[in-house]
Design a binder for this molecule. Structure first.
Ligand code: 6GU
Length: 224
Protein backbone atom coordinates (compact mmCIF):
# COMPACT_ATOMS: atom_id res chain seq x y z
CA UNK A 1 0.00 0.00 0.00
CA UNK A 2 1.17 3.51 -0.82
CA UNK A 3 0.39 6.29 1.71
CA UNK A 4 1.23 9.98 1.19
CA UNK A 5 0.78 12.53 3.96
CA UNK A 6 0.76 16.28 3.33
CA UNK A 7 1.21 18.43 6.44
CA UNK A 8 2.91 21.57 7.73
CA UNK A 9 4.34 19.44 10.58
CA UNK A 10 6.17 16.53 8.92
CA UNK A 11 8.01 15.87 12.20
CA UNK A 12 4.75 14.64 13.76
CA UNK A 13 5.08 11.51 11.67
CA UNK A 14 8.62 10.57 12.73
CA UNK A 15 7.09 7.95 15.04
CA UNK A 16 5.99 5.98 11.99
CA UNK A 17 9.64 4.85 11.73
CA UNK A 18 9.21 2.56 14.73
CA UNK A 19 7.24 -0.50 15.76
CA UNK A 20 5.19 -2.65 13.38
CA UNK A 21 4.63 0.15 10.87
CA UNK A 22 8.35 0.92 10.77
CA UNK A 23 9.10 -2.75 10.12
CA UNK A 24 6.43 -2.93 7.39
CA UNK A 25 8.06 0.08 5.72
CA UNK A 26 11.50 -1.55 5.88
CA UNK A 27 10.07 -4.70 4.37
CA UNK A 28 8.42 -2.75 1.55
CA UNK A 29 4.83 -3.66 2.49
CA UNK A 30 4.06 -0.01 3.22
CA UNK A 31 5.39 2.79 1.04
CA UNK A 32 4.75 5.75 3.33
CA UNK A 33 5.91 9.25 2.42
CA UNK A 34 5.53 12.49 4.37
CA UNK A 35 5.51 15.83 2.53
CA UNK A 36 5.81 19.40 3.81
CA UNK A 37 2.98 21.54 2.40
CA UNK A 38 5.28 24.58 2.52
CA UNK A 39 7.36 23.02 -0.27
CA UNK A 40 4.50 24.09 -2.57
CA UNK A 41 4.50 27.76 -1.51
CA UNK A 42 6.38 30.42 -3.46
CA UNK A 43 6.55 33.45 -1.16
CA UNK A 44 9.41 34.31 1.19
CA UNK A 45 7.36 33.43 4.28
CA UNK A 46 6.08 30.14 2.84
CA UNK A 47 2.51 31.22 3.70
CA UNK A 48 -0.13 28.49 3.95
CA UNK A 49 -3.01 30.34 5.66
CA UNK A 50 -5.07 33.50 5.49
CA UNK A 51 -8.04 35.16 7.22
CA UNK A 52 -11.50 33.70 6.63
CA UNK A 53 -13.93 35.35 4.18
CA UNK A 54 -17.02 36.38 6.12
CA UNK A 55 -14.98 37.04 9.24
CA UNK A 56 -14.55 35.06 12.41
CA UNK A 57 -11.73 33.72 14.52
CA UNK A 58 -8.79 31.69 13.29
CA UNK A 59 -7.13 31.19 9.94
CA UNK A 60 -8.03 29.11 6.90
CA UNK A 61 -5.52 27.18 4.79
CA UNK A 62 -5.08 28.75 1.34
CA UNK A 63 -6.09 26.62 -1.63
CA UNK A 64 -3.07 27.21 -3.91
CA UNK A 65 -0.37 25.22 -2.06
CA UNK A 66 -2.86 22.36 -1.55
CA UNK A 67 -3.71 22.38 -5.25
CA UNK A 68 -0.08 22.14 -6.31
CA UNK A 69 0.73 19.47 -3.73
CA UNK A 70 -2.30 17.30 -4.46
CA UNK A 71 -2.00 17.62 -8.26
CA UNK A 72 1.42 16.05 -7.86
CA UNK A 73 0.31 13.43 -5.33
CA UNK A 74 -3.00 12.12 -6.68
CA UNK A 75 -3.08 9.44 -9.34
CA UNK A 76 -6.14 7.74 -10.86
CA UNK A 77 -6.43 5.13 -8.12
CA UNK A 78 -5.75 7.38 -5.12
CA UNK A 79 -8.31 8.05 -2.38
CA UNK A 80 -7.90 11.48 -0.78
CA UNK A 81 -8.66 11.53 2.95
CA UNK A 82 -9.19 14.84 4.70
CA UNK A 83 -9.18 14.44 8.50
CA UNK A 84 -11.78 16.82 9.90
CA UNK A 85 -14.00 16.99 12.98
CA UNK A 86 -16.79 17.70 10.44
CA UNK A 87 -16.20 14.42 8.61
CA UNK A 88 -17.89 11.01 8.66
CA UNK A 89 -16.94 8.87 11.68
CA UNK A 90 -13.84 6.68 11.47
CA UNK A 91 -14.73 3.11 12.50
CA UNK A 92 -13.22 -0.36 12.27
CA UNK A 93 -15.50 -0.89 9.28
CA UNK A 94 -14.01 2.11 7.49
CA UNK A 95 -10.51 0.95 8.47
CA UNK A 96 -11.23 -2.39 6.77
CA UNK A 97 -12.50 -0.59 3.67
CA UNK A 98 -9.44 1.64 3.48
CA UNK A 99 -7.11 -1.35 3.94
CA UNK A 100 -8.28 -2.54 0.49
CA UNK A 101 -7.04 0.63 -1.21
CA UNK A 102 -3.81 0.78 -3.20
CA UNK A 103 -3.08 4.45 -2.52
CA UNK A 104 -4.23 6.76 0.30
CA UNK A 105 -3.37 10.47 0.44
CA UNK A 106 -3.93 12.27 3.76
CA UNK A 107 -4.36 16.06 3.59
CA UNK A 108 -3.75 17.29 7.16
CA UNK A 109 -5.25 20.71 7.78
CA UNK A 110 -4.49 23.00 10.70
CA UNK A 111 -6.21 26.14 11.92
CA UNK A 112 -9.91 26.30 11.04
CA UNK A 113 -9.50 23.91 8.13
CA UNK A 114 -8.74 23.98 4.42
CA UNK A 115 -10.53 26.25 1.91
CA UNK A 116 -13.62 24.20 0.94
CA UNK A 117 -12.88 24.60 -2.78
CA UNK A 118 -9.93 22.20 -2.42
CA UNK A 119 -12.28 19.44 -1.27
CA UNK A 120 -14.88 20.38 -3.91
CA UNK A 121 -12.29 20.44 -6.70
CA UNK A 122 -10.84 17.00 -5.95
CA UNK A 123 -14.30 15.55 -5.32
CA UNK A 124 -15.08 16.36 -8.96
CA UNK A 125 -11.82 14.84 -10.22
CA UNK A 126 -11.67 11.75 -8.01
CA UNK A 127 -12.57 10.18 -4.68
CA UNK A 128 -12.45 12.25 -1.47
CA UNK A 129 -13.59 11.42 2.07
CA UNK A 130 -13.63 13.80 5.05
CA UNK A 131 -13.16 11.64 8.12
CA UNK A 132 -13.44 12.39 11.87
CA UNK A 133 -12.05 10.31 14.74
CA UNK A 134 -14.90 11.21 17.07
CA UNK A 135 -16.81 13.95 18.76
CA UNK A 136 -14.02 16.08 20.17
CA UNK A 137 -11.66 18.67 18.73
CA UNK A 138 -7.95 18.23 17.96
CA UNK A 139 -5.65 21.04 16.85
CA UNK A 140 -5.26 19.59 13.38
CA UNK A 141 -5.48 16.50 11.22
CA UNK A 142 -2.03 15.10 12.06
CA UNK A 143 -2.88 13.06 15.16
CA UNK A 144 -6.10 11.88 13.52
CA UNK A 145 -4.23 10.82 10.36
CA UNK A 146 -1.74 8.93 12.50
CA UNK A 147 -4.53 7.03 14.26
CA UNK A 148 -6.19 6.17 10.95
CA UNK A 149 -2.89 5.08 9.37
CA UNK A 150 -2.18 2.77 12.30
CA UNK A 151 -5.69 1.28 12.27
CA UNK A 152 -5.61 0.77 8.48
CA UNK A 153 -2.05 -0.42 7.99
CA UNK A 154 -2.28 -3.14 10.64
CA UNK A 155 -5.05 -4.67 8.51
CA UNK A 156 -2.80 -4.78 5.44
CA UNK A 157 -1.62 -8.40 5.01
CA UNK A 158 1.90 -8.87 6.37
CA UNK A 159 2.01 -5.81 8.66
CA UNK A 160 0.87 -7.69 11.78
CA UNK A 161 2.87 -10.93 12.12
CA UNK A 162 0.08 -13.14 13.46
CA UNK A 163 -3.18 -12.47 11.55
CA UNK A 164 -5.10 -14.37 14.26
CA UNK A 165 -4.37 -11.54 16.68
CA UNK A 166 -6.54 -9.33 14.44
CA UNK A 167 -9.78 -11.28 14.76
CA UNK A 168 -10.39 -11.39 18.53
CA UNK A 169 -10.08 -7.66 19.11
CA UNK A 170 -12.45 -4.98 20.28
CA UNK A 171 -14.82 -3.88 17.48
CA UNK A 172 -13.91 -6.66 15.02
CA UNK A 173 -17.08 -8.55 16.01
CA UNK A 174 -18.99 -5.41 17.01
CA UNK A 175 -18.30 -5.95 20.73
CA UNK A 176 -15.62 -4.78 23.15
CA UNK A 177 -12.83 -7.23 23.81
CA UNK A 178 -12.86 -9.51 26.89
CA UNK A 179 -10.22 -8.98 29.65
CA UNK A 180 -6.83 -10.70 29.32
CA UNK A 181 -4.50 -12.15 31.96
CA UNK A 182 -0.99 -13.62 32.11
CA UNK A 183 1.34 -15.04 34.76
CA UNK A 184 1.62 -14.93 37.74
CA UNK A 185 -1.68 -16.60 38.76
CA UNK A 186 -1.91 -14.36 41.86
CA UNK A 187 -0.74 -10.74 41.89
CA UNK A 188 -1.31 -8.47 44.91
CA UNK A 189 -3.89 -10.95 46.15
CA UNK A 190 -5.81 -10.72 42.87
CA UNK A 191 -6.43 -14.08 41.21
CA UNK A 192 -6.74 -14.88 37.53
CA UNK A 193 -10.31 -16.15 36.88
CA UNK A 194 -10.18 -19.91 37.53
CA UNK A 195 -11.94 -20.77 34.26
CA UNK A 196 -8.89 -19.56 32.30
CA UNK A 197 -6.70 -22.14 34.09
CA UNK A 198 -9.21 -24.97 33.55
CA UNK A 199 -8.04 -26.09 30.12
CA UNK A 200 -11.72 -26.31 29.05
CA UNK A 201 -11.58 -24.43 25.75
CA UNK A 202 -15.33 -24.48 25.19
CA UNK A 203 -16.03 -23.02 28.61
CA UNK A 204 -13.28 -20.42 28.14
CA UNK A 205 -14.74 -19.30 24.81
CA UNK A 206 -18.19 -18.99 26.43
CA UNK A 207 -16.77 -17.01 29.39
CA UNK A 208 -14.96 -14.62 27.05
CA UNK A 209 -18.12 -14.07 25.02
CA UNK A 210 -20.07 -13.32 28.24
CA UNK A 211 -17.36 -10.88 29.38
CA UNK A 212 -17.45 -9.13 26.01
CA UNK A 213 -21.21 -8.74 26.20
CA UNK A 214 -21.13 -7.53 29.81
CA UNK A 215 -18.43 -4.95 29.07
CA UNK A 216 -20.21 -3.71 25.99
CA UNK A 217 -23.48 -3.43 27.89
CA UNK A 218 -21.72 -1.50 30.68
CA UNK A 219 -19.44 0.80 28.68
CA UNK A 220 -20.88 1.04 25.17
CA UNK A 221 -24.58 0.14 25.18
CA UNK A 222 -24.85 2.05 21.87
CA UNK A 223 -23.03 -0.86 20.20
CA UNK A 224 -25.63 -3.46 21.17
CL1 6GU B 1 -10.03 14.16 11.95
N1 6GU B 1 -9.51 16.49 13.08
C1 6GU B 1 -9.59 17.38 14.08
N2 6GU B 1 -8.98 18.57 13.95
N3 6GU B 1 -10.23 17.15 15.21
C2 6GU B 1 -10.80 15.95 15.32
C3 6GU B 1 -10.77 14.98 14.33
C4 6GU B 1 -10.11 15.29 13.19
N4 6GU B 1 -11.44 13.90 14.73
C5 6GU B 1 -11.88 14.19 15.95
N5 6GU B 1 -11.51 15.43 16.31
Amino acid sequence: MRIDIVTIFPGFFDVLDVSLIGKARERGILDLRVHDLRDWTHDRHRTVDDTPYGGGAGMVMKPEPWGEALDQMLDDEALLIVPSPAGERFTQRLARELAEEAHLVFACGRYEGIDQRVIDHYSERGRVRSVSLGDYVLNGGEVAAMAMIEAVSRLVPGVVGNPESLVEESHEDGLLEYPSYTKPPVWRELEVPAILLSGNHGAIAQWRRDQSLERTHERRPDLL
